[in-house]
Write a protein that binds this ligand. Structure first.
Ligand code: SF4
Length: 239
């Protein structure tokens, strides 16, 4: 009798690591003509192409107008300057008092947990964000905790990015624990696209930490089109 091969269980980190970043490979996998290649290379030189396999599998092969493809395929148009377009459309630079923290509205702050995403959406309004200057090391995190402690009007913390769920569960748990020590923080919001593009990102430990925090957790999934919701996404949403 032949031995039964071991099941290969790929983690969300594996799927993330194996994302497609090469425009030629993307076109080849989707049976698309090479006429799109020049524009895709030009666009990806400014903002890297990035598509993980679970998302790729929902794109119709041979259809250059597929609504999911249109969100990820770099275009030569991205290299053109357009009058009136700006690199910081939400004016976040003016509301960035500390690295990793944006405080625009009185009762809430947004924390940039990671500059990484599982998918690079061509329309991203933060594609020019200064992620390098907003990295959260220990000192920056301490400064954020001090800032929040000194601002009792802040009731809500929003984890953002990049994609905040590109952060490991271990680091997320540490951060949530620190935030729970600040009594006036009541809500934790997580804005993410990661479970939509890699549904296995909804891990048991993530669900546990959000179920057990004393803050009210709210998770907002960024979904643009019904074709983005397949069975795996549905399953992740019900976990
Ligand atoms: S996942 Fe969000 S932050 Fe990342 S590229 Fe897409 S829109 Fe931008």
């Amino acid at each position: 009798m032949q031995p039964i091969p071991a099941l290969s269980i790929r983690s969300w980190q594996d799927e993330l690591r194996e994302s497609i970043t090469d425009p030629a490979l993307l076109l080849q996998k989707l049976d698309l003509p090479t006429e799109h290649l020049k524009g895709a290379i030009a666009g990806s030189e400014l903002f890297e192409l990035r598509v993980p396999e679970p998302y790729l599998s929902r794109i119709e092969k041979g259809n250059p107008k597929d609504p999911l493809l249109l969100q990820v395929l770099p275009l030569v148009a991205e290299t053109q300057e357009v009058t009136g377009y700006v690199q910081d459309p939400l004016q976040e630079e003016d509301a960035n008092p500390l690295p990793g923290l944006i405080h625009k509205y009185t009762n809430r702050v947004l924390l940039i947990l990671s500059g990484a995403c599982a998918i690079n959406c061509r329309y991203c309004f933060r594609r020019h964000f200064a992620y390098q200057e907003n990295q959260l090391g220990k000192a920056q995190w301490r400064a954020i905790l001090d800032y929040l402690s000194a601002h009792p009007e802040v009731e809500e913390v929003i984890f953002s990015g990049g994609d905040p769920l590109a952060t490991s569960d271990t680091r997320l748990a540490r951060m949530i624990k620190d935030l729970e020590q600040i009594p006036h923080l009541q809500r934790l919001r997580i804005h993410t696209r990661l479970p939509v593009v890699i549904p296995s990102r909804i891990t048991d430990s993530l669900v546990d930490m959000l179920t057990n925090t004393r803050m009210t957790p709210i998770m907002v999934w960024h979904i643009n089109h019904p074709n983005e919701i397949d069975d795996a996404v549905r399953h992740a949403a019900y976990q």
